[in-house]
Structure formats: C-alpha cells, structure tokens
Design a binder for this molecule. Structure first.
Ligand code: NAI
Length: 783
C-alpha cells in the first residue's frame, strides 16, 4: 500500500518489524542448535525443523535430545544443586537480577524471535510476553534476596524437571525457571517442540549472566524427551504446563516415586457479562480474552455467558468489533490476530469447529484473511447449549462459544458446568454483585472487569482438571521448596495378634463407622476384633468397603454449608471439641495406653487438645493477601477450602494423628472422610462420641475404619473427592497418586517418610496450605 493510497482510504498501513537481527542470530549458530547442558553447548545431533507458522518457512534446525542427553543434563543439575543452594540468597538474587537486565537489554530480539517461531503478533510478544518475563526474574530476584530471612524453615527440593508448552514459550520458561533457581533448585527444562528458539537464546543469556554450570539445562525435543525427564530417577520435582491429557499421563508416571508435582493444565474459562456491565469495555475485554494469542491461552475466556436482556445488543457490538480485527503477518505491528502455532493446531481447531458448530450460529470475521499460513478467522458461535461439545472441550484457538443466562445463580451454575477450573472473568458495574459471584466460581483466578491479567506477584493456577499448584507470589514458592525437617523412615505398625486362648466376647461391641453425623453399620457387615498388647479384647472395629466410602463422600458433599461458615464459628466448634475431649481426658489416656501398649496416652491426649486449640486459633487467622500488581487494581489472594478431603491416618498416635489431619482441614472449611489408624482404630471411634457432643454439623467429619490398602483406591479415585492426604504406609502413597489421576485431585502423601506427631512438625502452616486453595481475585482498585 502506498502512502497516497493510505491517505485516500484512511486505512491502516502496514508497520512491519524487521526480522533481520533474529535471523542473523540464527545464522550465527549456522541455523542449527545443540542442547545446553552443564553450561555448554552440544553439537547439533539428530535434528528437526522449527518453522515460522506465518509462512511455513524453516527457521532453524533443533536437536531431538535422546535419553542419554537427558541423563547428562540431570547429572549436571544434580552436581550443581548443593553448591547453588548453599550460596546466599543474595548471591542468587544478583544472578536473577542480571538475567532480568539482560532480558530487557535483548527484549527486541527476544520478541521478534518469539513471534517468528510462534506466530503471535509482535505487539503481544513485545508488550506483554517479554516485559512479563523480565518482571518474573526481577520479582524472583527479590524472593531469593528475602529467602534467608523470610523462609528459614524451608529448603530447595533439588533438581526440577520442567516441561512447557508452545503458547507462551519464553514466558512459561520464566514462570518455571525463576522461582526454581531463586529457591536454590537446579533445572532441566524442555521447551515445546514447535517453539524452542527463545529458550535457546535464554540459555545464551544464562551464560552471560554468570549462571553457574549445570544450574540451568535446556534440552529440546518432542514428548519422548518430556517422558525421559518425567521418569528420570535423578529428578525431585516435575513442573508441567500443557494439555490435561499429558498432565494425567505425568501424574500416573510419577505416582509413588516421591517426586513432587505441579500441573498447570487446560481450561474452558467462562466470561460472564451482566446486564449492568459497561458493554463496550466488556467487548474490548473479550478481544483480550479470546483473540489474544489467537485464543491459544490456557485461561482464555472461551465460553461467553451473557445476561439475556443485553445479549442481542452485546452480540451486535461484538460482531462489529470482530469485523475490525486485523488478521495477518504477526511481525506487522498493526495486526491484532496472528498465526496459529502449527498446521497441526490449525487442523485440530478446524476439525473441532466443523464437528460441533451445528449446535449454534456461526459468525466469522473479518472478511480479509491471508491466503497462506496457519490462520484461522476469529469466530463466534452463539446459541450454544451447555452440553455442546464446543462448550465443554478446550478448542485452543480463536473461537468463542456463547450462551445466555437469566439470573446470577444461573450464571454461576453455567460457569461451573465444566470439568476445568482455571480462570473466570465477570463484568458488572455493581460491586455487590461482582463480589458476591466471584467466590462462587470454581476457578483459581477470577478477573473482575478485566481479563487475562498476569503478574509475578499474583498466584496463577487451577482447580479441578485444570491442575494443581500455583505459580507466582509467595504461594508459588511452595512448589519449589519443602519444610526443613528431620525425616525418619516410616515403619508400619502391625495390629496386636490374637492371643492363643482368644475368646471373643459374646457381647457385640463393634464400633460403627461415623457417616453424616450418625453411627453407621458397615455395608459389608464385616468387623475385626481389636486386641490389646496384653491380649485383652479391646472391641471390634468395622471394616468399611467401597460403598461406605461412597456414603461418606456423599455425606461430606452434602455438608457444603460448612465452607460458608465464618472462621470465628469454626473456631468455636474446634475449641468446644477440645473442651469435650479435655473432660474425658483420663478415659482417653487409659484407652490409648491399652490400645497401643505405650505409656504416653496422657501426653497424647494433652497434645491433641493443644492441637485442636491451635487450629481453632488459626481458623480465623490464616489470612489471604492483597498483592500490589503493576496494573490498575489489586490481586486478592483468598484462601479457600479445597472441598472434600480424603485422609489416611498414621499408624502411630491413633488419636493425635487423627486430630492432626482432621483439625486443620475443618478449620479451613473443608469436609473430611478420614480413615482411622489401621492397627489402632478404636481411638477414632471413641473420638466421634466427642464430635457428637460438640455441635459439629453432620457430614463435616466422617470416620471410617478398615484396611488402608483396600480403601485407598476407592477414596482416591472418587470424583467427589478434591484432595487426598496420607500419613499411612508407603504402599498406599503410590496407590493414591495413581488413582488421583482420574480427576487430577491434589494429593499429599508421605512416601514412607515419618513425622514426629508430638512435636512441632505435626502442625502448622504446611497443613494449612494443604487445606486451602489460593484463589487470585483481581479487582479494580485505585486509579
Ligand atoms: P502437550 O500437552 O502435548 O504439550 C505440552 C508439552 O508437553 C510439550 O513440551 C510436549 O513436548 C510435552 N509432552 C508431550 N507428551 C509428553 C509426555 N508423554 N510426557 C512428558 N511431556 C510430554 O500439548 P500439545 O499436543 O502441544 O497441544 C494439544 C492441546 O493441548 C492443545 O490444543 C490445547 O488444547 C492443549 N494445550 C494446553 C496448554 C495450556 O497451557 N493449558 C498448552 C499447550 C497445549
């Protein structure tokens, strides 16, 4: 277009960014890249092409790492880790700071390279991705600096294996690497096969910034390389961002290995527009929600829910705006929508839409589309029914599906009608309505009158099948550190055997299960005698089965009102439980001594009362936070209950172990299904008599007795359970992690590591963090 033509038409001209420097950088490497291992580059081995999706041309050749390369990278990271963790937080802070400075210095090169490799508009890589990358390293330089003073009780995990997707290649790298190395871990990172280039440039930056050898290792390649990282024995932690299907594979592959795991997976995030919203702003918001990065965003606002009275007007405005979107060469600064990452993705989006579009009315814009390259037009499909495949499945493209609602209650139920729970957006000028709806949304992030806002200070991550763990903020550091405590190897304790001349009492003294606030006979009708050390019959314990698990979960689900009670009210009940236990302290102490054969029953009861008081104290004090984010507004970090938690008590300390798991969970508003100590179950069944007299609503605490090995799979596999904790034996840790993959629930298992329940390690923030989910709620605030 000539200048004259532009003046005549008053149309936008093109404003292309030059690819020259980025291409020159690729040329410096002869167009072929090796791996970055132990501070040096390997020669390019077996390679594959990385292409520019805007025109299909090859940009460079990238090495497909083999299992032996992964092994060398892990060895290098292992070797470097103790030294890296040992230097002061300040020394690490200086290096992270240097990385941030260098990212800024080379920001244009990074932005152009990212756009060439991924197809995203240069406006986005230049103004969003790369500045957020620098911000992430600055922020975490600060975390390294503060670590010694603020996190003295936590330590690095060791070597982190990190696997990232192609939608925000460098940004996801920074979300993974910055917190990991800030806290003293070393990393082996694999970029996605479509988009390796900025990770390789980053490796070069690490050399310049003085990152010691082996601290950061970058291996490129496909899913097989990811698998080799996931299954490598030298890795302590896996952090993954990508599809829910692969997340599930990784959950299963790491089950029982003792590796810690965080998963940031897919989403189908609702975008709710109320009738009192500023509709023009909400339309602009949608441009950022679903056409940002061509909709290839895990938290994209891809499901539009519009209040019926304004729906027609809103769709009209939206279509008018869509008609003005400019789709084209991503390197053109005046382009809104660029290319999808690869023909494979284009094909996937095309097929998904073709298969499901008949359920609604399709509108596509603009008329002008580039002839070649991986382009897909911005698409709106209205009139969808909530069950349509396109309303449920993640499309991961520039496709918005829409339906209407009549009441706020209906909006919430439609919004939550998904297996995912990553993010949600809501628009309303009514602060009462907005802040009433926000807590009801099943999502890790909620944006009020804004969308797709990110910052290093605000935790990001999902619930349900969107994964678990948070990235960013103080809460994000939990994923890269563990409590500094002495761990012992857990020894299973066997129940006392029946004496030779065992005589079972004629009287039925079978302790029942405790479900929904009532004593319940076990479904199977089985029980077992419980013997004391001296060979006396202490009673019979019920043997719960799969059906009892189902009943208990149902009861817990029904007690959802507990989550809405105030911390103050929960505290009162916990104090009351403590008081009632105290009134029967001697009886419990005696019973514990008889059951376990130990002499510390009195001390265990006292500690249990103390612990109940601790969590009564915490119930109204485990604060959230207000994060100062460099955008207009504030990000509130709200500690919400996880939901229904399944729990397996330790063998030892049958009363204190149970109290130590139940009390923090219910203090934070969760409901529990707790399986008592296997060898000594009767302390738990005595304890529910205390609960019965303590005003605890039925269904908040449900207690089962029986075989942990038999109950682990049904409880961990139950779709109504949101998290499972185990302080029981190692064998059930792996069973729990394996079964949890179904709905990707959170797990917290001990993998044969013992804990001193009588000491300080038996309580505290670690438990509270496990009992809560941080929801980041972004609200307008200030100018
Ligand atoms: P993907 O989940 O297969 O790829 C993400 C990363 O995992 C890549 O680095 C890949 O090499 C690696 N990977 C693949 N298989 C693996 C395995 N078995 N073990 C370890 N690592 C493995 O995603 P893909 O195939 O690129 O995209 C498919 C769909 O996934 C997309 O259309 C989208 O719906 C979703 N997706 C979601 C993302 C998100 O941020 N939530 C990001 C990327 C994709």
């Amino acid at each position: 277009m000539t200048i004259k033509e532009i003046f005549d038409s008053m149309d936008y001209g093109t404003a292309p960014e030059s690819a020259k420097e980025a291409m020159a950088w690729i040329e410096e490497h002869d167009g072929a890249f090796g791996l970055f291992i132990d501070g040096g580059w390997t020669k390019p081995g077996q390679t594959f092409d990385t292409k520019n999706p805007a025109n299909g041309e090859r940009l460079a050749k990238v090495t497909q790492a083999g299992a032996d390369d992964v092994d060398r990278a892990v060895q290098a990271a292992r070797k470097a880790q103790p030294g890296w963790a040992k230097i002061s937080g300040h020394e690490r802070a200086r290096i992270l700071y240097a990385i941030a400075r260098l990212v800024q210095k080379h920001s244009r090169l990074f932005a152009v390279l990212e756009t060439l490799d991924n197809g995203k508009p240069i406006r986005e890589s230049r103004d969003i991705d790369i500045p957020l990358v620098a911000r992430h390293f600055y922020y975490h330089a600060g975390m390294a600096q503060l670590q010694d003073a603020e996190l003295p009780d936590r330590e690095a995990l060791g070597v982190a294996g990190q696997i990232i997707p192609w939608n925000f290649p460098l940004l996801m790298l920074s979300w993974k690497i910055a917190p990991a190395i800030a806290m003293g871990n070393t990393v082996v990172l694999k970029p996605a096969e479509y988009t390796s280039l900025t990770a390789l440039l980053f490796a070069q930056i690490c050399e310049e910034a003085g990152v010691p050898r082996g601290v950061v290792n970058i291996v490129t390649g496909d899913g097989a390389v990811g698998e080799a990282i996931v299954t490598h024995e030298g890795i302590d932690k896996i952090a993954f961002t990508g599809s829910t299907d692969v997340g599930r594979i990784i959950r299963r592959a790491t089950a029982g290995t003792g590796k810690s795991l965080t998963l940031e997976l897919g989403g189908k995030s609702p975008y709710i527009v109320f009738d009192d919203a500023d509709l023009d702003s909400a339309v602009e918001g949608l441009v950022d929600a679903i056409w940002f990065n061509q909709g290839q965003v895990c938290c994209a606002g891809s499901r539009l829910l519009v209040h019926e009275p304004v729906a027609d007007r809103f769709y009209e405005k939206l279509k008018a705006r869509m008609a003005k979107l400019r789709v084209g060469d991503p390197l053109d600064k005046s382009i809104d929508v660029g290319a999808l990452v690869d023909p494979v993705q284009l094909d996937r989006v095309t097929k998904l839409v073709e298969a499901g579009a008949d359920d609604g009315d399709v509108f596509q814009a603009p008329a002008e589309m580039p002839a070649n390259g991986c382009y897909y037009p911005p698409t709106l499909i209205t009139g969808m029914s909530p069950a349509s495949s396109l309303m449920q499945e993640e499309i991961f493209g520039p496709v918005l599906v829409a339906t209407t609602f009549r009441t706020p209650e209906e909006a919430v139920s439609l919004a939550n009608n998904t297996r995912y729970g990553l993010a949600a957006t809501l628009w309303s000028e009514n602060v009462n309505l907005a802040l009433d709806v926000a807590p009801k949304l099943a999502a890790g992030v909620v944006w009020v009158n804004g969308t797709n806002m990110f910052d290093a200070a605000a935790g990001f991550g999902g619930v349900r099948e969107s994964g678990f763990g948070r990235e960013g903020g103080w809460e994000g550091l939990l994923a890269y550190t563990r409590p500094r405590r002495k761990t012992t190897t857990l020894k299973p304790i066997a129940a006392f055997p029946a004496p030779k001349d065992a005589r079972v009492d004629a009287l039925d003294r079978t302790a029942k299960l405790y479900i929904g606030g009532k004593q319940a006979r076990p479904d199977g009708g089985y029980s077992r005698p419980v013997w004391s050390k001296t060979g006396d019959l202490a009673g019979h314990a019920s043997l719960a089965n799969r059906k009892d698990v189902r009943n208990a979960v149902e009861a817990a689900t029904g007690a959802a009102g507990w989550a809405k009670t105030t911390g103050h009210a929960r505290a009162q009940i916990l104090y009351y439980i403590g008081e009632n236990l105290s009134a029967r302290a001697d009886e419990f102490a005696h019973r514990l001594n008889a059951l376990t054969g130990a002499r510390n029953g009195k001390a265990e009861v006292e500690r249990s009362i103390d612990r109940l008081f601790t969590y009564a104290a915490w119930a109204d004090k485990y604060d959230g936070a207000a994060k100062p984010v460099p955008l207009r507004g504030v990000a509130l970090a709200m500690n919400e209950p996880v939901g229904v938690i399944g729990q397996f008590c330790p063998d030892d300390h049958p009363l204190l172990g149970l109290v130590s798991l139940v009390a923090p969970a219910i203090a934070m508003g969760n409901r529990v299904v707790t399986v008592a100590s296997e060898p000594f179950p009767l302390a738990a069944t005595d304890f529910y008599q205390v609960l019965e007299t303590s005003d605890l609503p039925g269904g908040v605490v449900n207690i089962l007795t029986g075989s942990h090995a038999e109950l682990a799979a049904p409880l961990a596999g139950h779709l109504g359970v949101d998290a499972v904790w185990s302080a029981s034996g190692a064998d059930i840790s792996s069973l729990i992690e394996l079964e949890s993959a179904g709905n990707l629930k959170r797990t917290w298992v001990n993998n044969a590591r013992g804990r001193d329940w009588m000491g300080a390690d038996g309580e505290g923030r670690e438990f509270l963090a496990q009992a809560t989910e941080v929801k980041s709620v972004w609200v307008p605030y200030g100018e």
